[in-house]
Design a protein around this ligand. Structure first.
Ligand code: B12
Ligand code: SF4
Length: 367
C-alpha cells in the first residue's frame, strides 16, 4: 500500500512561495512500515491520476479555498480503488462535506500528528472509520516535519510551527474553533532543530506558521494582576517566558536567517517583545487590523471619508501624522491606540527605516 499526501490546487506554477507544512508533518507521522509517502503539491504541478493504484491510501489536506479541487481528487482516487482520507482545517469544520462530495472513506478532525498512523493501520486492515477525532494534542506530541522529503529549489520559504491555538476569538476566524484558545507552544529545542536542518538544505527564509506568535499581551498580564489571579498570572508569565526563550535562541542563529510570522496589533505596544522580535530577525508580521481598531471604528472611519480600513492602517504605518489628521473627524474616545503603535513600529524599524522621512530613505537607498 503506497501512501500519497496531496495538497490540492487548481493551478500549478512550477514553483511556490511557502511549503505546505502539513504534508511534511504527516510524512513524519507515517509509520515506517508504509515506506516514504509520495508528496504531491499541486501548487507546483498537477497530480497524475495514473500514479494512484487500487489499495493505496490517499491523504488530502484542505482549507476552504482549495476544498473543491480536493473533492475532485478524492472522487478520482476512490474511483481508482484507493482509500481516501481528508484532513485539514476545512475538513475539520465540515467533515460530512468530504464524505458526501469528496469520495472520502475517512475524515480526520483536528490534529493529524497522532491520528494519521491509526487511520493507515485501519485502512491496511480494511476497517477504516468515517470519522477520526485528532483533537488538539499537546505541543510535546507535535511531530517534527520530514524536511528530507522536500523537492529542491521549488519553494522560497519553508514553514516551521512554534505555537498552535490563539487566545482571541475574532468572529471571522476559524482558528480559535479548530486549534483552540489555549496556546500550545513547542519547546524551543525542537523548533531550532528543524530550522537548522532547513538551513542546511539551503533555506534562509522561514515562515513561522503560527496562529498567533504573540499569545500573551500586556493587557492580559495587567488584568490577571488586577484580579489577583496568581495562578493565571503565573501561567501567562510562563507562556511569555517561553516566547522570549525561543526568540533568544533564534537570535543566536546565523544572521542570514530571516523570519516572518503572525501577531496581533497589541504586540506593537509591547516594546520588550518587539525588541526581542527584532533581535530574532523576525522581520515581517501579518497583523489583523480590525481586531485592534475596535468595533465601532470602521463605521466612524467610513464616515470620516475613508473607504477602506486598510487605507487607514497603511497610512498609519507610512505616515502617522496624516493618519492623525484624518482621524481628527473621529470622536476622541473612538480613536485607536494604533497611531501610537505605528510610531513605535517605525521607531524600532521592524517594517522599514526608523525615524526618517521618505526623502531621507530615498537618499540612503540611492547611495
Ligand atoms: C502559515 C499560514 C499561512 C501562510 C503559509 C501558507 C502555506 N503555504 O502553508 C500564508 C501567510 C502564506 C497564508 C496564506 C493564506 N492563508 Co493561511 N494560514 C497559515 C496558518 C497560520 C498555519 C498553517 C500551517 O502551516 N499550520 C501547520 C500545519 C502543520 O497545520 P495544519 O495545516 O492545520 O495541519 C494539521 C491538521 O489540520 C491536520 N491535517 C492537515 N491536512 C491534513 C490532511 C490529512 C489527510 C490528515 C489526516 C490531516 C491533515 O494535520 C496537520 C498536523 O496536525 C493557518 C492557521 C491554521 N491553524 O491552520 C492559516 C490559515 C490556513 N490560512 C487561512 C487563510 C484564509 C489564508 C489565505 C486565504 C489568506 C488570504 N486572504 O490571502 C491565504 C491562502 C494561501 C493559500 N493559497 O493557501 C485560513 C483558512 C481558513 C479556512 N477556513 O480555510 C487559516 C486557517 C487562518 C484563519 N485565520 O482562519 N497562510
Ligand atoms: S487573533 Fe488572529 S488567529 Fe487569533 S482568533 Fe483573531 S484572527 Fe484568528
Amino acid at each position: 500500500m503506497k501512501v500519497h499526501l496531496i495538497n490540492p490546487s487548481s493551478v500549478s506554477f512550477g514553483t511556490a512561495v511557502i511549503t505546505p507544512r502539513w504534508q511534511y508533518v504527516l510524512a513524519a507521522a507515517t509509520p515506517k512500515s508504509f515506506g516514504d509517502p509520495v508528496l504531491v503539491d499541486e501548487t507546483l504541478s498537477q497530480l497524475r491520476p495514473e500514479s494512484i493504484q487500487a489499495g493505496d491510501a490517499v491523504g488530502i489536506g484542505i482549507h476552504t479555498a482549495n476544498a473543491l479541487r480536493g473533492y475532485e481528487i478524492g472522487k478520482m482516487a476512490r474511483s481508482r480503488g484507493a482509500y481516501v482520507i481528508f484532513g485539514g482545517i476545512h475538513a475539520t469544520l465540515y467533515p460530512e462535506e468530504a464524505l458526501e462530495l469528496g469520495g472520502a472513506h475517512s475524515v480526520v478532525k483536528g490534529d493529524g500528528d497522532l491520528a494519521w498512523a491509526r487511520v493507515l493501520e485501519d485502512c491496511r486492515e480494511g476497517a477504516a472509520k468515517p470519522i477520526y477525532v485528532g483533537g488538539q494534542i499537546e505541543a510535546s506530541d507535535f511531530v517534527a516535519a520530514r524536511w528530507d522529503l522536500i523537492p529542491r529549489n521549488r519553494y522560497m520559504w519553508a514553514s516551521v510551527q512554534t505555537v498552535r491555538g490563539c487566545p482571541k476569538h475574532c468572529s471571522f476566524c476559524s482558528v480559535w474553533r479548530t486549534d483552540g484558545q489555549r496556546p500550545r507552544q513547542r519547546a524551543s529545542d525542537v523548533v531550532i532543530e528543524e530550522i537548522v536542518q532547513l538551513r542546511r538544505l539551503g533555506f534562509r527564509f522561514i515562515a513561522l506558521a503560527d496562529d498567533n506568535f504573540y499569545p500573551v499581551t500586556l493587557t492580559d498580564l495587567s488584568l490577571a494582576t488586577q484580579q489577583k489571579n496568581t495562578a493565571r498570572l503565573n501561567e501567562l508569565k510562563s507562556i511569555r517566558a517561553e516566547r522570549f526563550e525561543l526568540m533568544s535562541r533564534l537570535a543566536q542563529l546565523p544572521d542570514d536567517m530571516v523570519f516572518f510570522t503572525q501577531i496581533t496589533m497589541e504586540a506593537a505596544e509591547d516594546l520588550e517583545f518587539l525588541d526581542a522580535m527584532k533581535a530574532a530577525r523576525i522581520k515581517g508580521a501579518l497583523v489583523g487590523g480590525t481586531a485592534a481598531l475596535g468595533k465601532n471604528f470602521i463605521g466612524n472611519v467610513r464616515q470620516a471619508g475613508m473607504t477602506k480600513i486598510e487605507d487607514l492602517v497603511k497610512q498609519a504605518m507610512l505616515d502617522p501624522e496624516l493618519a492623525r489628521s484624518l482621524l481628527a473627524k473621529v470622536p476622541a474616545k473612538e480613536q485607536p491606540a494604533s497611531l501610537n503603535v505605528a510610531q513605535q513600529l517605525r521607531r524600532l524599524s521592524m517594517f522599514g527605516p526608523g525615524n526618517q522621512n521618505n526623502d531621507q530613505r530615498r537618499d540612503q537607498s540611492n547611495r
